[in-house]
Design a protein around this ligand. Structure first.
Ligand SMILES: Nc1ncnc2c1ncn2[C@@H]1O[C@H](COP(=O)(O)OP(=O)(O)OP(=O)(O)O)[C@@H](O)[C@H]1O
Length: 484
C-alpha cells in the first residue's frame, strides 16, 4: 500500500479519535467511541487520485455505518489533512465481482450527495487484507497478505533428530500442496520448538514455487476473533467464502479452538470444503489431537486424517548447528569451545536458545571485542541473572506507567485520551510480545478489555511504530527497560 496514503489515513484516524475524546461528555459520541476502533480496523484506504479517496470496506453495512455515524467527523479529518473538496468513494468487497466503488461525495456539512459512478473495474493494486474476511466470491485471484515471515524459510530451518520427520513431510507438502496424503499436516510440540517456523516454511516455499496459489497463515485467536465479528454482522457465509478460496491454510495454535463451539462448526465446514477441493491445511498445536480438550470429535478425527507429527526439543548437536547457522548469518564465527558452551546453555527450546544467541551478537557488537570463553560465560551469567526477573503483565504495566509518569488506575481505565490510550496500547503490545499470555488474558489484566481490543492494540503498535518516529522510540525505550 502507498506509504504516504497510509500516513495520511493514520492522521485522519488520529484526528477522529482525538475528537471523539474531546467530546467525552456527549453520550452519542461516547457510544461511537466504543465502536470506532472495531469499525475502522476493517477499513483501509485504497487510493487517492486527484482528490478522490477510495476506502475499502468489507460490506455495505460498514459503508452505511460510517455514513450514518462518522461522516461529519471523517469529513473534518479529510478537510484537515487533504484540504477541501475531497470526494469519498467506497470499494465494497462483498458481492462485488468487479470490485467497483460506490461513490459518495461529501459536502463540507458532512452530508453525502450522489455523484456519477467511477469506472467499474477492479482498482489497481487491489489487496484483500486478512483483516477483511468478507471478500467478493467472484474474484478468482485474490492478492491477500499471506502473513508469512521471510526468516521462517526452509533454508533457515535446521533439521535434527527432534524435527527430522516433521521437516521431511513439510518439504514434500511444499512440493505438492494438497496432493499428498499429509493433509492436514498437524504439527505439535512444546513451547518454542519450531512449529510455527516449519508451518510458515511450507507457506513460503509454496509462494516461491506456485506464485498463483493463495497462502494464508494466521493464529487461531485471529480466526476466532474474525468469526465472532462476522457472526455479529450476520456474515458467516462471507467469512467461510473467504477461507474457502485459500489454497494453503496454516493455522497456528489450533488448541485455542477448545470450547469455542460456534467457531468449531465454522472451522469444520471450511476444513471439509478445503480438503475436498484438494487444498492444503497445516495446523500447529501444543498438544496432540487427542489431547485437546473441548473440541468436537468430528474435528479431532479430521485432524488425524493426514499426518500428525511431533516436534521435540532439539538435541545438543541440533542446538549447536542452529547457533552456527544463526551466527553465521550475522557474520560471526565462534570457536568450538564457545559453541559447545552455548549449545549446552539452552536445553529446552529454540526460542530460548535464540535469545542467548542474540545477546551474544549484541555483546560482541557493542563491545567490539573478540569473545573469549571467559567473557562469554560472564555474559551468559549476567543474562541468566537478569532473566530471573519474571516478565509478566503487572511488571510490564509497572514499567510503562513509570516511563510515561501515569498511574496504574489510569492505564487500566477506559479513557481514550491519547496520553493514556497510547501507553495502554504499548502495555498490551509488550504483554503479547514478551509473555505467553493470550489476547483474552491480557484483556482481562488490562482492566477487563475485550480480546479484540488487545489484538487491535498490538496491530496498531506494530504498524504505527513503522511510520511514527515517536512511537518507534517508545517501543525501543520500553523494550530496553522491560528487559533490563
Ligand atoms: N530447527 C530450527 N532451526 C532454526 N530455527 C528454529 C528452529 N526451530 C525453531 N527455530 C526458531 O525458534 C524460534 C521459535 O520457533 P517457533 O515460533 O516456530 O516455535 P513454536 O513451536 O511455534 O512455539 P510456540 O508454541 O510458542 O508458538 C523462532 O525464531 C524460530 O525461527
Amino acid at each position: 500500500m502507498d506509504e504516504n496514503l497510509m500516513m495520511i489515513w493514520q492522521k485522519c484516524l488520529q484526528f477522529m479519535r482525538d475528537n471523539l475524546n474531546a467530546a467525552e461528555d456527549n453520550s452519542d459520541l461516547k457510544k461511537l467511541e466504543k465502536s470506532f476502533d472495531m469499525l475502522f480496523d476493517k477499513v483501509q484506504p485504497l487510493s487517492l487520485v486527484a482528490n478522490n479517496l477510495t476506502l475499502i470496506v468489507p460490506s455495505d453495512f460498514y459503508k452505511e455505518y460510517i455514513e450514518d455515524n462518522y461522516l461529519s467527523l471523517l469529513s473534518a479529518a479529510l478537510k484537515k489533512n487533504l484540504g477541501k473538496g475531497v470526494k469519498l468513494w467506497y470499494s465494497v468487497m462483498e458481492n462485488r465481482p468487479t470490485g467497483q466503488e460506490k461513490p459518495v461525495t461529501m459536502n463540507m456539512k458532512g452530508k453525502s450527495v450522489p455523484t456519477p459512478k467511477m469506472q467499474e473495474t477492479m482498482p489497481q493494486g487491489f489487496s484483500a487484507n486478512i483483516v477483511n474476511p468478507f471478500v467478493v466470491p467472484g474474484i478468482r485471484k485474490v492478492n491477500i497478505d499471506s502473513n508469512l515471515k521471510s526468516d521462517y524459510s526452509f533454508d533457515n530451518y535446521i533439521e535434527g533428530e527432534s524435527n527430522k520427520f516433521a521437516a521431511t513431510v513439510a518439504r514434500s507438502i511444499a512440493k505438492r500442496p494438497g496432493a499428498t496424503a499429509f493433509n492436514p499436516l498437524f504439527l505439535h510440540g512444546g513451547y518454542g520448538v519450531g512449529k510455527t517456523h516449519l508451518g510458515q516454511a511450507v507457506g513460503l516455499e509454496v509462494k516461491n514455487q506456485f506464485p498463483d496459489k493463495v497462502v494464508l497463515y494466521l493464529s487461531s485467536e485471529k480466526f476466532i476473533q474474525q468469526f465472532i465479528s462476522a457472526a455479529k454482522a450476520h456474515k458467516q457465509t462471507e467469512f467461510a467464502n473467504f477461507y474457502q478460496m485459500v489454497d494453503v491454510l496454516i493455522i497456528d495454535d489450533i488448541q485455542f479452538l477448545s470450547g469455542k463451539s460456534a467457531t468449531q462448526d465454522s472451522f469444520f465446514h471450511i476444513f471439509d470444503h478445503l480438503h475436498q477441493n484438494g487444498k492444503q491445511i497445516i495446523l500447529t498445536s501444543d498438544k496432540a489431537p487427542a489431547d485437546i480438550m473441548d473440541i468436537q470429535e468430528r474435528i479431532v478425527s479430521r485432524f488425524k486424517w493426514g499426518l500428525s507429527a511431533e516436534i521435540k526439543s532439539p538435541d545438543l548437536s541440533t542446538r549447536r548447528q542452529i547457533i552456527v547457522d544463526k551466527l553465521s548469518r550475522d557474520g560471526i564465527v565462534l570457536p568450538g569451545d564457545m559453541l559447545d558452551f552455548l549449545a549446552a546453555e539452552a536445553k529446552t527450546n529454540v526460542r530460548e536458545l535464540i535469545g542467548v544467541i542474540n545477546s551474544v551478537i549484541a555483546y560482541s557488537t557493542v563491545y567490539r571485542t573478540d569473545l573469549s570463553l571467559e567473557l562469554l560465560k560472564d555474559t551468559i551469567n549476567k543474562i541468566a541473572a537478569n532473566q530471573k526477573k519474571v516478565i509478566n503483565i503487572p511488571y510490564i504495566q509497572e514499567v510503562v506507567c513509570d516511563y510515561f509518569g501515569i498511574k496504574k488506575e489510569q492505564l487500566l481505565s477506559k479513557t481514550r485520551k491519547r496520553e493514556i490510550a497510547l501507553p495502554r496500547q504499548l502495555a498490551m503490545y509488550f504483554s503479547k510480545e514478551l509473555t505467553n499470555a493470550t489476547f483474552t488474558k491480557i484483556g482481562e489484566e488490562m482492566g477487563g478489555k475485550d480480546h479484540s481490543t488487545v489484538m487491535y492494540a498490538c496491530d496498531t503498535i506494530k504498524d504505527v511504530s513503522k511510520i511514527d518516529k515517536e512511537v518507534k522510540k517508545y517501543v525501543k525505550d520500553l523494550a530496553e527497560r522491560i528487559k533490563k
